[in-house]
Structures are given as C-alpha cells and as structure tokens.
Design a protein around this ligand. Sequence first.
Ligand code: SF4
Length: 229
Amino acid sequence: MSAESDSLELIRDEVVRCRACPRLVDWREQVAREKVARFADQEYWGRPVPGWGDPDAAILVLGLAPAAHGGNRTGRIFTGDRSGDFLFASLHRTGFANQPTSVSRDDGLRLQEVYVAAVNRCAPPGNKPTPEERDRCLPYLEREIGALQDLRVVVSLGAFAWDGALRALAALGHAVKPRPRFGHLADAAVGPFTLLGCFHPSQQNTFTGKLTEPMLDEVFDRARELARR
Ligand code: SF4
C-alpha cells in the first residue's frame, strides 16, 4: 500500500468515528432510525460519510454533504440518490468510472483519476450545515487534499463546495485575492491547483434543466484537460 492511500485510509477511519457536531450527530442518527418508507427494510449507515475513489486521483469532485437517504443510508458519498445517479452517469460517459450507476458500497463501482468527497461529512438538516459545522469538518478535506499527491483540479459542485475548497486551500497556504467567484465552468488558479466550478447535480438543477447531461460532461472533459496540462 502506498503512503498516500495509507494516509487516506487513516483519514477515512477518523471520519467515520467523528462525533464533533452534536446537531449533525443527532440528525444523521435520527434519520437512520426513522428511515423513509421506500428504504424501511434497509440498515442505514447513519455515520459520517468519508471520501472515496482513486488514491492517485488528479481530480477531486467536491459536494456539499451526504444526502439524508443517499450517502447517509449507503455509507458512500453520492450513492443511492438522484444527484449521484446524474453525477456517476456523467463520470462514466467521460471515462472516469467503470459503470454508470452508484447504488451501494459494494456495487462494483470503480473510479479512475477521480476522488469524491464533501465539505461536510454528515447529512445536515435541510442540507444546510452551519458555518461552525463547516469549519469543524474542513480539516478532513485539507488532509485529503494533502494526501492526494497527484491532485491538480478540484471540481466544486455548487457555491458551498467552491467556498469550502477555497477555505481548505487557504488553510493549506494557498490563499487567493481577490476571491474568485463561483460559476458553472468558472476556473481559478489556487496555488498548484485549479478550482473548477459546476452547478450542483441536485434534482432542483437537473429537473429544471439548469444543469444538463452535456453541461456536466463538459465540466469533466475540461477537468481532464486542466489536469493534463
Ligand atoms: S460534520 Fe464533520 S466534523 Fe461534524 S460530526 Fe460530521 S464528520 Fe465530524
């Protein structure tokens, strides 16, 4: 096992045991107990959801937080919900994933060149972590960025992830002024990395056509181009 994956493993082990945010611990565990009717027969994960993917990734795909009945149920980020369906179908079309679906931790999905994580590792009520909860969780992202030694590009899914990435990179000594603004396909050089913006693949965005399949594919094609420069 390489030093990088060893370190990612350590971070994963710490993340899944974390109970630092009382409000989020209560919420994730309550959701896991109460469930929803369509998943009533399933054992929910109900813990923090760690990052996962290729330890040699050049591209980090960053979301906001696990979905209550997606990642918080399956234990893998963007797995078992509509946002994940949209995201991984695109990663498959663009050659970063071996299959187009992401339904469970043991579904055989493998990522190449890509690592996926979220700013907050616990599902928050209303998909809204507080600033304190965000800041408490950011060190995990900072450590992952440090452990991903081939990392070149951070694809931020939505403005919250864009902001979280900028904060994590600033904590690692890569502050940028003026602060680059989030936009779809906006990019910014941040130290040795390129930050690339993408509308979040939420149902609100995909159902309304704000984010389409070709638009998401274009982001990942662009990320590959930036990573190989
Ligand atoms: S959000 Fe992050 S810091 Fe807070 S309990 Fe979950 S894993 Fe820990």
